[in-house]
Design a protein around this ligand. Structure first.
Ligand code: ZN
Length: 300
């Protein structure tokens, strides 16, 4: 049994994991105060949630084999640098090791989610795969010949920060026109709530997808079309680079299975003029949905 921790842009989720089974999970959203002192908040929230989870399941810490953390950003030797969270070389690995005396691994959240889909989920029967995690930001991973591609120094595969628009919207990474500025679910939510002139703070992903986009279909159609156009360009670039047998969408975008936005995107990607090798591409959504980070973090 392992502990999986998923640090997101807005919350922390923690779970008891056995293989690909998520035995139990709890989570907590960051408050405005938490964001002012994010490193201490992360350590405090993990400690509170971990104790709550163990107590709730009558499990003691010495029954735990290890802790895996999925985090946004670049991870170097267990240290997290994330522009979205405001973390710079935050040594969470050492802090958790000292506290719980367990093996701790920290990995980029996109890679964790990709691992769980490759080992247990939607990509398990394929060798050449591209996984694109679309949520607050955009991350991902690629497998060729069944092997996860990993550069030596940094995380690599910063799909979200490839430049899509010359001199475009400024990004938290310091560049301009990054893919995730146009195609994250956060970017889509910002666009739609701006158009409808409503506060985006309390809008959940589900409400955005099932209520706003349906009820105000005509008003937000331009925003949605633009989102699909940009996303198509980014995804087709990745298809042309990696020639994957399968493309899997994870993160909150995985909940768009069967939604007109994803259906339209797939239709656009599969047009003969969209990619270099104009064949039909296999495009699926992640099976493990938002639990992918927690479970994937524990795969060694
Ligand atoms: Zn960027």
């Amino acid at each position: 049994m392992k502990i999986g921790i998923d640090i997101g842009g807005s919350h922390i989720g923690i779970g008891l994991v056995d293989g690909y089974n998520l035995i139990d999970t709890i989570d907590r959203f960051f408050s405005k105060d938490d964001k002012k002192d994010i490193t201490n908040a992360i350590i405090r929230i993990i400690d509170e949630l971990l104790n709550e989870l163990l107590n709730k399941n009558n499990v003691s810490i010495n029954m735990i084999e290890g802790i895996g953390v999925a985090s946004p950003g670049t991870i170097t030797d267990g240290k997290i640098t994330s522009f979205n969270l405001g973390l710079k070389s935050f040594d969470l690995k050492s802090k958790l090791k000292e506290k719980y005396h367990l093996n701790v691994s920290v990995r980029n959240d996109g890679k964790c989610a990709a691992m769980v889909e490759k080992v247990y989920g939607a990509m398990k029967d394929y060798d050449d795969c591209v996984f694109i995690n679309i949520g607050t930001g955009i991350g991902g991973a690629a497998f060729l010949g069944g092997k996860l591609l990993e550069p030596k120094k940094y995380s690599g595969f910063e799909f979200g920060h490839m430049t899509l628009v010359k001199n475009g919207i400024e990004c938290t990474c310091g560049k301009k026109g990054c893919f995730e500025r146009y195609c994250s679910i956060k970017a889509l939510k910002t666009k739609i709530t701006n158009t409808l002139n409503i506060d985006s703070a309390d809008i959940s992903g589900q409400y955005l997808r099932e209520e706003l986009m349906v009820k105000y279909h005509d008003e937000v159609q331009n925003d949605i079309n633009e989102f699909i156009e940009y996303l198509k360009v980014g995804v087709c670039n990745l298809i042309d680079i990696f020639e994957p047998e399968i493309i899997c969408f994870g993160g909150s975008f995985s909940y768009y299975e069967g939604h007109p936005v994803l259906d339209k995107l797939i239709e656009e990607i599969n047009k003969p003029e969209s990619t270099f090798n104009s064949e039909k591409h296999k495009i699926v959504t992640a099976q493990f949905k938002n639990d992918a980070g927690i479970i994937g973090a524990t795969i060694s």
